[in-house]
Write a protein that binds this ligand. Structure first.
Ligand SMILES: Nc1ncnc2c1ncn2[C@@H]1O[C@H](COP(=O)(O)OP(=O)(O)O)[C@@H](O)[C@H]1O
Ligand SMILES: [Mg+2]
Length: 140
């Protein structure tokens, strides 16, 4: 597995309590996941790639180790999804969200974290960027 540092010029898009996401080129981004395990990041990469086949998620190209000053964390190099956060809030169930849930179900994935910034609206439709394993399962 490669060990990398966040490239200079990467743009920090979001930093939260579980990690951070940087856009590292026109097409790619890196999701750095703090204090995770290899088995969990592999699961997340797998969900992404299963959903990516159905064009419902960005592809994960590589799992890397990301070094900062003090620590090493796992990172997922993914296709960067242009677009904006969906405006889905907590209990709002619009038809498009139902459609997305159905499409995910067809490929055997249940994701209980489909809201706001985890779902992005793109020119080609909705894409789910977050498959945190604790929120997801395979259903067939
Ligand atoms: N592939 C991606 N393309 C564009 N933005 C992304 C992508 N992955 C993550 N992001 C952005 O980074 C944020 C955090 O990533 P996310 O996977 O939701 O992490 P967390 O598990 O910390 O919620 C997302 O809500 C989204 O704004
Ligand atoms: Mg998220």
């Amino acid at each position: 597995m490669r060990t990398i540092t966040i490239p200079k010029g990467a743009k920090l898009i979001k930093s939260g309590s579980f990690g951070s996401y940087y856009k590292i080129s026109n097409k790619k981004g890196i999701k750095v996941i703090w204090r995770s395990s290899y088995s969990l990041v592999r699961k997340e990469a797998n969900y992404l790639n299963v959903a990516a086949k159905a064009k419902l998620a960005p592809r994960c190209h590589e799992i890397v180790k990301v070094k900062d000053e003090n620590d090493v964390h796992y990172g997922l190099i993914v296709d960067h999804v242009e677009g904006r956060a969906s405006s889905w809030g907590g209990k709002v169930m619009e038809p498009l969200k139902r459609q997305l849930i159905k499409s995910l179900k067809e490929i055997g994935i249940k994701n209980q974290d489909l809201y706001g910034d985890n779902v992005r609206k793109t020119k080609k439709g909705y894409m789910v960027v977050d498959f945190t394993p604790s929120q997801c399962s395979f259903i067939k």
